[in-house]
Ligand binder design. Structure first.
Ligand code: NAI
Length: 695
């Protein structure tokens, strides 16, 4: 009788370090706390090496049947591909997600999968790292049978039924890849072009294409050599380290804690059965969609009749589109609408998303406090207002937290959950759990202007403006940031979201003043350097894409293709001349250092203030909410990679050159971390605690 592999999951041997020659990556579902084996990355090796084991299985004379239950991802699937047959439980998920960790399937996965299911299908799975269901795996030809019953019993039965049959034709390494329709070289060139464009500097997807190309063009043994070489390059790259850090950072942020001692494992969330959204503008619509998609009945309240009618249509469309993509029924029945706030009387949690206006929000919180059940959680989606002030309008301020979503709220993964000094641990736990159920990366943050993400962004934006004053162009700044890995530089993002958004905030903050366009006070506000450039563009009606021009030219209102604008270049020249600024040549390195280190410096201040619990929290916020390139881990990880002494030295240098820019003054936590030997990023939390206790 033949053997079979697996009982619950088929997984690689426990210890999976980066030694690609011998091992594959073993990973349970990613991301998520399902007991991933990649926690052992970087550990010393132990356990049997994977590649020789897979070869031994494949070369065996008895039929080996992989019984796949749960997750067969990475090394688990590679092991299964070494077997002669594969049987999966209908609930199993399969995939080669190595690329999401900056690697490639290096235990023969990149060589066997294309031989089994063909180059295009294998490329799709390996480049994206996506998981497939058992049904899709059957359709693709990855598994031979799917069962709803006991998988191991089915595998034993299957093994008995094939006992005695010749096995040569079942050894995938002996196959040639199935021929592709059309020219193979042209196919790979096209795929490579697309991958390079989409990867924006990430090297793992490119290496995955190269490995699959080796499978399609080289004999198996040479393909394996190529797989090993490519993996060795990836493994030593900083990108793999960053992506693996990010994987664990997501787990770290779900285990939240606050300076007052509240913790995720000591705070039980309240049950949430029904939710309300107040205000169906840009954000409210997306939030309502995300809630309905997560299975919650949602009551949506919108007072403007026209908005309500439009929102109903838009929400239904978004739900239908989402359902089509996911192959499920649209949860339209989860939605109900009203123009009367009394409709929220029976909900367990409310998310307010009306205009960013403190007076209006205070009024709404007073109404909610009167209308809702006394134990209902009242949340605000404000992006900048003081959550404590809103809490003080209610009977139960301990039940008030911020739930700061990002636009579009049904797409963006990030949620900042903002707790105030009065928010109860249970309220925080409830909002964090709701975010998780909505599929968000939820990060608990303290209450301060801008919370974490927007507070850090302010320092970055300011530097971008100053660089224009000193001689840069929007194109120069944006291309440096895009080269770094952002999908769009700051000025393109600003044109896309509308210059008027920031202008409104600056006016409310007393920064954008009418009529101060000349003289020394034009570039100083509240005792520090200020650039009115954005305000001057807004005064001229240049709001970005929507008006057809902003930092770039778009041809017509609503145009999407940014082209450099000669008018803007002359405007900048005149502006500099008017303010006695002598333009200088600015190189991309300075753009990166000024924008990124100012942002990172603010990140250190946030850690020092206890607004974020650790660098992982800040890094998740930037990767999942602000387009920070995933393969660079996040700003704080990046600072650690650059080296804290270098970041400190450059900040000191720029602060000497610009003493009127306090954001460039190195934060004391950064200095103290450098003085204490620049511990690795994983040790900062501990180091910060120690430094605080010494104060
Ligand atoms: P929006 O202007 O698109 O929508 C606000 C909606 O609230 C409007 O439909 C308005 O009719 C409605 N509304 C006003 N008073 C109301 C009341 N008493 N009862 C019920 N509905 C009422 O605003 P947007 O952009 O959706 O922003 C909403 C909130 O989300 C703001 O606090 C904003 O700061 C925050 N936010 C916005 C982001 C964005 O990118 N737009 C990102 C993250 C947060």
């Amino acid at each position: 009788m033949g053997g079979f592999c697996g009982n619950k999951n088929i997984l690689a041997p426990k210890k999976c370090s980066g030694e690609a020659r011998h091992r594959g990556l073993t990973q349970n579902s990613a991301p998520g706390p399902k007991g991933a084996d990649i926690k052992e990355f970087g550990d010393s090796e132990s356990g049997p090496p994977l590649i020789p084991m897979i070869h031994a299985i494949e070369a065996g004379n008895k039929p080996m049947v992989a019984a796949i239950e749960g997750f067969a991802l990475g090394g688990g699937l590679e092991l299964a591909l070494g077997c002669h047959y594969r049987i999966a439980h209908s609930k199993a998920r399969l995939g080669l997600p190595e690329v999401t960790l900056g690697l490639l399937p290096a235990a023969g996965g990149s060589q066997r999968l294309p031989r089994l299911i063909g180059v295009p299908a294998a490329l799709d799975l390996i480049i994206t790292g996506r998981h497939v269901t058992a049904a899709e795996a059957l359709q693709l030809g990855i598994v031979d049978q799917v069962t709803d019953h006991h998988t191991v019993d089915a595998a034993v039965k299957f093994a008995l039924s094939v006992a005695g049959r010749p096995l040569d034709a079942r050894r995938i390494s002996s196959y040639s890849c199935p021929p592709v329709s059309g020219d193979l070289d042209a196919l790979f060139e096209e795929v490579m072009r697309k991958v390079r464009r989409g990867a924006r500097g990430a090297i793992a997807p490119v290496a995955c294409v190269q490995a699959v190309r080796a499978a399609a063009t080289l004999p198996y043994a040479r393909g394996m050599e190529r797989e090993r070489e490519l993996m060795a390059t990836l493994f030593t790259s900083g990108q793999a380290r960053a992506l693996q850090y990010s994987f664990f950072a997501q787990r770290a942020v779900s285990r939240w804690s606050t300076p007052s001692g509240a913790r995720w494992d000591a705070s039980a969330p309240k049950p949430v059965r029904k939710v309300a959204v107040i205000g169906l503008g840009t954000m409210g619509r997306g939030i309502a969609v995300a809630l309905a998609q997560a299975g919650f009945p949602v009551v949506s309240v919108e007072t403007q009749e026209k908005q309500l009618t439009e929102a109903k249509r838009a929400v239904s469309q978004m739900l239908e589109r989402g359902a089509k993509r996911r192959g499920v029924a649209a949860p339209l029945d989860k939605m109900s609408y009203s123009s009367n706030i009394q409709a929220v009387a029976d909900v367990d949690l409310v998310i307010e998303a009306v205009f960013e206006d403190m007076g209006l929000k205070k009024k709404i919180f007073q109404q909610l406090s009167a209308v809702c059940k006394p134990d209902a959680l009242l949340c605000t989606n404000t992006s900048s207002l003081d959550v404590d002030q809103l809490a003080s309008q209610t009977r139960n301020p301990e039940l008030v937290v911020g739930m700061h979503f990002f636009a579009p709220a049904h797409v963006m993964k990030l949620l900042e959950v903002v707790y105030g000094p009065r928010s109860s641990p249970q309220a925080l736990a409830t909002a964090m759990q709701l975010g998780k159920k909505m599929g968000k990366v939820s990060v608990a943050v303290g209450n301060c202007p801008g919370f974490v993400g927007n507070r850090m962004l302010k320092a970055y934006v300011e530097q971008a403006f100053f660089l224009l004053e000193e001689g840069a162009t929007p194109e120069l700044v944006d291309s440096a940031l895009e080269e770094f890995g952002f999908s769009m530089g700051f000025f393109k993002v600003s044109d896309l979201s509308g210059l008027d958004v920031g202008w409104k905030v600056r006016k409310e903050d007393g920064l954008a003043l009418p009529g101060v366009s000349t003289g020394p006070s034009a570039r100083i506000r509240q005792g520090r350097r200020y650039s009115p450039l954005g305000d001057l563009l807004c005064q001229r009606g240049r709001f970005g894409q929507k008006t057809g021009s902003g930092w770039y030219q778009y041809g017509k209102p609503g145009g999407r293709v940014a082209t450099p604008d000669p008018w803007l270049h002359s405007f900048l020249e005149e502006y500099r001349a008017q303010h006695g600024l002598v333009p200088r040549r600015i190189d991309p390195q300075e753009v990166l250092e000024r924008c990124l280190y100012a942002l990172i410096n603010e990140g250190f201040r946030i850690l020092e203030d206890g607004i974020a619990a650790g660098p992982e929290d800040i890094d998740c916020i930037y990767v999942f909410g602000y387009g920070w390139p995933h393969y660079r881990g996040g700003p704080m990880f990046y600072a650690a990679m650059v080296g804290l002494p270098k970041v400190l030295e450059r900040l000191e240098h720029y602060y000497r050159a610009h003493p009127d820019v306090p954001d460039l003054q190195p934060c004391s936590l950064l200095r103290r971390l450098v003085a204490s030997g620049s511990p690795p990023v994983q040790k900062w939390k501990e180091a910060i605690k120690k430094l605080h206790s010494q104060l």
